[in-house]
Design a protein around this ligand. Structure first.
Ligand SMILES: [Zn+2]
Length: 451
């Protein structure tokens, strides 16, 4: 099959007859992507939306915790989107739709709904250290240059005729991208002399804007090695007195080495390797780092424990107080003590019943004091469970596990034991769960220490 673009009808016919191929029309699919010559439109992205939706429907989301769903969103759905983004500039409407599917899957599983979102998507997309979940926000693109532009510096292209739409967009954002690349000059054979930013992150054109190349003997396509002979720079200076300054600048700062390669590396990464994540970091304005995130996202904690703790710190758990205020339930009384209103402050750890359990946990963590209010407890653990020591790590893990266990048993109490009222079974189960979690944590930590 043969495809044409910008070829008149008679020439087309001639070529088809000569080659014997069938004439095809765009778009077609190639490696799962639409092959088109024009700007990508929403209707071309049906394949991406269908793939993501099919994948979501195939997962047994009901059995997954929030942390499990987040992992699937991060690893599978995001990578499908990134694959497309590495080829095309995805239309905003499609990006919005993909984000909607991810958001809905995270909070509701396979059920598509905009309601019941516990934490806003903008917060979810923040870095973990800034109070979010580190969900990758969708932006990215690449483009293709035409043959003429391949022979010129990317930084020196002024006219963009016959280039693809996405390539023209890339050229437009050059100023933002400039500081993301690190140019290390070696032999100087690959770097364009005037326009590539090989002079400590800047090009000669930027450093000496007063010099106009028109009328000079320096070609736009000249490379740095063209002006290096016998261990010295040889730059024509007669046509512009300012060129003497350029020559002096080069003599003082740069020496070319035939044996070395010119290297372009990715500036934001220490190893110079490109990652979408590091590119996003550069593009998104950094949010303020929050201290409590170290307590929540401890490496030794189980992800689903961390997720519930994260929701608790954001005060986004659906406590009885919230449900009552929203008019969903008739009573906001705590299911453990049947005395006070159930909100985060009461549940963690002011409730009389929870206090007795929490006191035992504190002793197990070598903390000899009475339980505090929720805010004070978080603040205390931020200070006293900070660092790399085994005790600090164990305290962080246990704190997250305890919050998770209380929330889990509270839900069991409501959904399974509510018919029977307050029973000893619920008391027993919470103590049992605490005991098991603690035993497991202590075993894991001691095993890790032995290794
Ligand atoms: Zn209570």
């Amino acid at each position: 099959m043969i495809f044409f673009s910008g070829v008149d009808q008679s020439t087309r016919k001639e070529i088809v007859e000569m080659l014997g191929f069938q004439e095809g029309s765009l778009p077609i699919k190639y490696m799962g992507l639409p092959l088109i010559s024009t700007r990508l439109k929403k209707e071309h992205c049906g394949g991406l939306i269908t793939r993501i939706t099919t994948r979501v429907l195939n997962w047994t989301a009901k059995a997954l915790s929030y942390a499990g769903r987040l992992q699937l969103v991060q690893s599978v759905l995001t990578s499908m989107h990134v694959y497309w983004s590495s080829i095309f500039m995805i239309p905003k409407a499609v990006v919005d739709e993909v984000e909607q599917i991810c958001r809905s899957f995270l909070w509701h599983g396979i059920e598509k709904s905009k309601r019941g979102v516990l934490v806003s998507w903008s917060t979810v997309c923040k870095e973990k250290s800034c109070g979010g979940l580190g969900k990758t926000k969708f932006v990215c693109c690449v483009g293709d240059q035409n043959e003429t532009e391949k022979k010129m510096s990317f930084w020196g292209i002024t006219k963009t005729t016959y280039s693809s739409w996405s390539w023209r967009i890339l050229l437009r954002i050059r100023d933002i991208a400039l500081h993301m690349f690190a140019y290390t000059i070696g032999s100087g054979k690959k770097f364009f002399f005037w326009y590539d930013p090989w002079c400590h992150g800047k090009s000669l054109a930027m450093l000496f804007p007063e010099i106009n190349l028109r009328g000079s003997h320096i070609s736009k396509k000249a490379v740095a090695s063209d002006f290096w002979r016998n261990g010295r720079w040889h730059v024509p200076t007669r046509w512009d007195s300012n060129m003497t300054r350029v020559l002096n600048f080069l003599q003082l700062n740069f020496i070319l080495d035939e044996r070395k390669q010119d290297i372009i590396s990715w500036g934001p990464d220490k190893k110079g390797e490109f990652h979408v994540k590091s590119a996003l970091k550069c593009l998104v304005t950094p949010a303020q780092k929050l201290e409590w995130t170290k307590l929540v996202w401890s490496r030794s904690s189980i992800p689903r424990h961390s997720f519930i703790l994260w929701l608790t710190v954001h005060n986004r758990l659906k406590t009885k107080k919230k449900l009552y205020d929203w008019g969903i339930i008739d009573s906001n009384v705590c299911g453990f003590c049947y005395v006070s209103c159930e909100d985060v402050e009461h549940l963690f750890f002011q409730c009389d019943f929870i206090q007795t359990v929490w006191s035992r946990i504190l002793v197990a963590m070598k903390v000899h004091r009475r339980p505090f209010t929720w805010r004070r407890e978080v603040s205390w653990f931020m200070r006293k469970a900070n660092g790399k020591s085994l005790l600090a790590s164990m305290r962080r893990t246990t704190f997250a596990a305890s919050v998770y266990a209380i929330w889990k048993v509270r839900n069991e109490l409501i959904f399974f034991y509510v018919q029977k009222g307050y029973s000893n079974k619920s008391r027993d189960s919470i103590v049992e769960i605490y005991g098991e979690i603690l035993k497991r944590q202590c075993r894991t930590r001691s095993d890790a220490r032995l290794v």
